[in-house]
Design a binder for this molecule. Structure first.
Ligand SMILES: Cc1ncc(COP(=O)(O)O)c(C=O)c1O
Ligand SMILES: Nc1c(O)cccc1C(=O)C[C@H](N)C(=O)O
Length: 395
């Protein structure tokens, strides 16, 4: 069997097809895991070589303030991410991990309200729950972490809730929450919002300012393709800056680090949430990786993402009739991120077999087969080949 003509026609008119060339991807792999670790943009290798040879190797310490200007690297990367998430550059800080930034955001948000309840999705990504638990321990156990199923969040926006901590796209099911509606409903009850955009940033256009979101965090190594352990980001709405204290008040978030003053004074804007010395190698990789998005219209990217996931769901549909395979991802476009997941009682074993055949997705407990689609480097033909491989493994 070869790729059906209708899918080849979709690929022929794909306005983003030229993007695949910008990535180093093995030809014999169908990589459906960009939602865990994005593929490497080819330009990153050249950038890192330059950083090694010239900026570090030759210029050494002079690169902090010289031509390389490592001091402003977090801010330059922040400006590129800001465009993708609908924020002002001065509202985004880049550095640390998503986990650490979750702590910063949650601590700052809780400081702005006398309320002690943090409302979250019972199935939120573990690190979000763990960071809230750790913060609660630091605060002497005065918080209540209230966990409810995602479809019951709206009904639990009660006046005792201080902060709503949610992941926009669920890492297991790929279900996308209504960030705009939930943020407005939260605000109507005087609740601040912290959105985890790990599976959103770079996957589709996010509009933090348009949604009037208060705080957000996100990963650099998934759809932003910044490489393993890439720096994460933190968004703090401008109107929250004055009241959102910096608890991790490191010298690199100081207004004038080299003044070496005795008292902490925050830098302007979100730069104050940068803590210690910027991780130049990984920031440089992320900086160049983000250039892949420079000429990309995020609405076009979203349309392609939906076309890829629609196609996958359609091709997989007959398999759900023959096997104990059920779609875990919502079919409504507004409720879907850029991944498609299925429940299967033997999911772990099936994923291992798929990976052995070069179709790389994820198994997630307890029974999820997860397939991530990256419109920058996937074609409809890839989707078809993946579905064919899955059919063979299931058979
Ligand atoms: C929703 C979500 N939040 C956070 C993280 C990760 O946080 P960190 O980069 O700190 O490991 C992930 C994935 O690893 C995730 O899926
Ligand atoms: N962050 C990860 C890592 O450091 C190692 C392996 C996997 C990951 C992941 O991305 C897990 C992930 N956030 C998930 O959505 O399941």
């Amino acid at each position: 069997m070869s790729v059906p003509a209708d899918l080849l026609a979709l690929d022929a008119r794909d306005p983003l097809s030229y993007k695949r060339e910008e990535f180093a991807l093995p030809d014999d792999l169908i990589y459906l895991d960009g939602n865990s670790l994005g593929a490497m943009p080819k330009a990153v290798a050249q950038r890192l070589q330059h950083v090694l040879d010239e900026e570090w190797g030759r210029q050494l310490i002079r690169s902090w303030t010289g031509e390389a200007d490592w001091m402003s690297l977090p801010d330059r990367v922040a400006a590129k991410i800001a465009r993708l998430v609908g924020a002002k550059p001065s509202e985004v800080a880049v550095g640390d991990s998503t986990s650490i930034n979750t702590f910063k955001a949650l601590a700052a948000a809780l400081h702005q309200t006398p309320r002690k309840v943090v409302l979250t999705d019972a199935d939120n990504f573990p690190t979000d729950l763990y960071m809230a638990q750790g913060l609660n321990a630091l605060l002497g156990g005065q918080l209540e972490l209230r966990r409810v199923p995602s479809d019951q969040i709206a009904a639990h926006l009660t006046p005792d809730v201080g902060v709503l901590l949610l992941t926009e796209v669920d890492y297991r099911t790929g279900r996308k929450l209504d960030m705009r509606g939930l943020t407005a409903a939260a605000h109507a009850q005087g609740i601040l919002t912290v959105w985890d955009l790990a599976h959103s940033a770079g996957a589709f256009a996010v509009d933090l300012n348009g949604c009037e979101a208060d705080f957000a965090i996100g990963c650099g190594y998934k759809y932003l393709n910044g490489g393993p352990g890439a720096p994460a980001f933190l968004y703090v709405a401008e109107r929250c800056h004055a009241a959102a204290p910096v608890f991790l008040s490191g010298w690199m978030g100081h207004a004038d680090p080299f003044e070496m003053g005795r008292e902490y004074a925050p830098a302007a804007g979100a730069r104050r949430y940068v803590v210690g010395t910027p991780t130049v190698l990984s920031l440089s990789a992320l900086d160049t990786a983000l250039d892949v998005f420079a000429d990309v219209d995020m609405e076009v990217l979203r349309q392609k993402s939906l076309s890829l996931t629609d196609t996958f769901i359609r091709l997989m549909q007959p398999l759900t009739q023959k096997h104990p395979l059920t779609l875990a991802t919502p079919e409504a476009h507004a409720e879907r991120g850029s991944q498609v997941s299925y429940h299967h009682p033997d999911a772990k074993n099936i994923m291992n077999k798929l990976i052995a055949r070069g179709i790389v997705g994820d198994f997630r407990t307890p029974d999820i087969l997860r397939f991530g689609f990256t419109p920058l480097y996937h074609s409809h033909a890839d989707v078809w080949r993946a579905a064919e491989g899955i059919a063979e493994v299931l058979a």
